[in-house]
Every structure is written in structure tokens, then in C-alpha cells.
Design a protein around this ligand. Structure first.
Ligand SMILES: [Zn+2]
Length: 286
């Protein structure tokens, strides 16, 4: 269960602090990756059609460039206005120049990342699993928010998360390497099959390819054994989410955030879940 060792009182606050900084970077990732994807498509299409890209499209746009600025007045965000959460509070949630309201989501993503990093450190102490867990957490938060915003799960995040999961378990992570490899393959295949069956029955596409890749990544991190529980838990979370957000019937609903949340909970509660399964198998005499 919970790891209490002499490092715990130090590593948990340190993890929260690191989470705040990572959260600040995740805000940039969540905002920019969809724009970067659309720019790539536009440039690709224009090149294909023999059209000249506009001056704006030729300027570099990535996670580093251009510097962060206020979308309203273009004022560059100074280093002292870039301190996670604290700057937001000091500025009263407004741009320092034009006083335009800054979305509350920025500090919330920072706080969420800080809390999630702290929980990982609390559960796994000073260990390799904690380090891996922080990477896992950061990717899942970025993917969940991007999917909720745009209904895309970018390959530039899902695919590295698959490879990182395999590497994590290659180096004595959460599960045996065999289980991780099977988890990645079966994660992709089971959603693909489910989707193919759904399309055959209803003539509609229920899910995007990004969901298959995200489940492949979760399988690579958590192993093949948890996939049934994972898909079941994600579906429950998804249904609750759809009810809470009053998603109308037939309206597209992003499944990525549910998968990400279910995967993260299983990562944290891996051992208790295992004990529960063992206990249930024993109790039912299997
Ligand atoms: Zn401004």
C-alpha cells in the first residue's frame, strides 16, 4: 500500500512543486499542440495544391516559439508573471497590460498536476516507479485536456507514450515486459475490434483512432491484465461524464479523458487492486 519511508515528508512537497512547474508547461502543450497540428495540415494541403503559405504560416510555431503572450493585446508574458498559480492570484486573473480575464483553467491545470504528482510520490516513494509515474501523469493530463477541447488525441503524444511505457517496464517498472508488450497490442486491438463491430452493427463510427492508441499506451504502462477493468472503469467514468456534462444523445463525446483518468487511478491503486482481485479469486474458489 502507501509507502511511508524517511523520504516521504520531503519527496511529497517536492513532487507538488515539480508538478506546478510541469503543469505550467502542460498549459502550453494543451494550447499549442492542436494549433501546431492544424498548421501542419494547412501547410501540407497548400504544398500539395501548389499554394503559397501566408507570411503568418511561415513563422515558426512550436512549444518554444513564439514566447507566451496575451491573446488579446499581444503583451509578452514576463518571467515574473509566469510563476504557477501565484502570478495568477497576484494579477487577479487578468492580463497585466489590458486587464483581459485569463482563464481559470491555467492555474487549475497547474494545481491538478501538482496534486497528481504528489499522490504518485506519496504512493511510490523515492523510486523509479515515481519517476515513470510523473511522466505518465503529465502525458495523460495533456491528452485528456486536448481531447476534451478538440476531440483529437495527437499521435505526437500517444505514440511516445506507448514507447515510454515499454521502456518503463523494460527497466523493471510496474509489470513484466511480456505483459507490457501484450498490453500495448491487445489495448489497440480490443478497441479496434469493438469499433469495427459497432460500425458493422450501426453503420456509425463510435470512436477515433486516437482512443486505440491511448489504450495501447495504457496497456504498455499497466500490462495486459488490467485491460478489462480499465475499459470497464473508463466506460463508467465516460457515462457519468456524459450525464454530468449533459452531452446530448448522438453528440460526439470525447472518450480520451475517461480512459486517461481510469488509467491513472489504476496506476495509483495497482497493488490494492491486485490484492482485491486475489481475494475475490480466493473467495470465489477459482
Ligand atoms: Zn493583454
Amino acid at each position: 500500500m502507501w509507502t511511508f519511508d524517511i523520504y516521504t515528508p520531503f519527496i511529497v512537497p517536492a513532487a507538488a512543486l515539480l508538478g506546478l512547474l510541469f503543469g505550467s508547461f502542460l498549459n502550453v502543450v494543451i494550447h499549442r499542440i492542436p494549433i501546431m497540428m492544424e498548421r501542419d495540415w494547412t501547410l501540407f494541403a497548400k504544398e500539395h495544391l501548389g499554394l503559397k503559405p501566408s507570411a503568418k504560416e511561415q513563422q515558426p510555431f512550436n512549444l518554444m516559439k513564439p514566447d507566451s503572450h496575451c491573446p488579446e493585446c499581444g503583451e509578452k508574458i514576463k518571467a515574473r508573471h509566469n510563476i504557477p498559480v501565484i502570478s495568477y492570484l497576484l494579477l487577479g486573473g487578468k492580463c497585466s497590460l489590458c486587464r483581459t480575464h485569463i482563464s481559470l483553467r491555467y492555474p487549475l491545470v497547474e494545481l491538478l498536476t501538482a496534486a497528481a504528482f504528489a499522490v504518485v510520490a506519496w504512493q511510490y516513494g523515492a523510486s523509479w516507479i515515481t519517476l515513470g509515474g510523473w511522466v505518465f501523469t503529465a502525458f495523460l493530463i495533456a491528452l485528456a485536456f486536448i481531447d476534451a477541447d478538440t476531440h483529437y488525441l495527437p499521435d505526437s503524444l500517444t505514440l511516445p507514450l506507448v514507447w515510454l511505457g515499454l521502456l518503463f517496464n523494460f527497466a523493471d517498472g510496474m509489470v513484466a515486459l511480456q505483459s507490457a508488450v501484450l498490453g500495448a497490442v491487445c489495448g489497440y486491438a480490443c478497441l479496434w475490434l469493438l469499433c469495427a463491430a459497432y460500425r458493422l452493427l450501426t453503420g456509425q463510427t463510435g470512436m477515433g483512432n486516437g482512443d486505440f492508441k491511448l489504450l495501447a499506451a495504457l496497456g504498455a504502462w499497466l500490462g495486459v491484465g488490467v485491460l478489462p477493468v480499465l475499459v470497464f472503469a473508463a466506460s463508467l467514468i465516460g457515462i457519468m461524464g456524459a450525464v454530468l456534462t449533459k452531452t446530448a444523445k448522438g453528440q460526439a463525446f470525447a472518450f480520451g479523458p475517461s480512459l486517461a483518468l481510469a488509467g491513472w487511478i489504476i496506476f495509483i491503486a495497482y497493488e490494492p487492486l491486485q490484492q482485491l482481485t486475489d481475494w475475490w479469486l480466493n473467495a470465489s474458489g477459482l
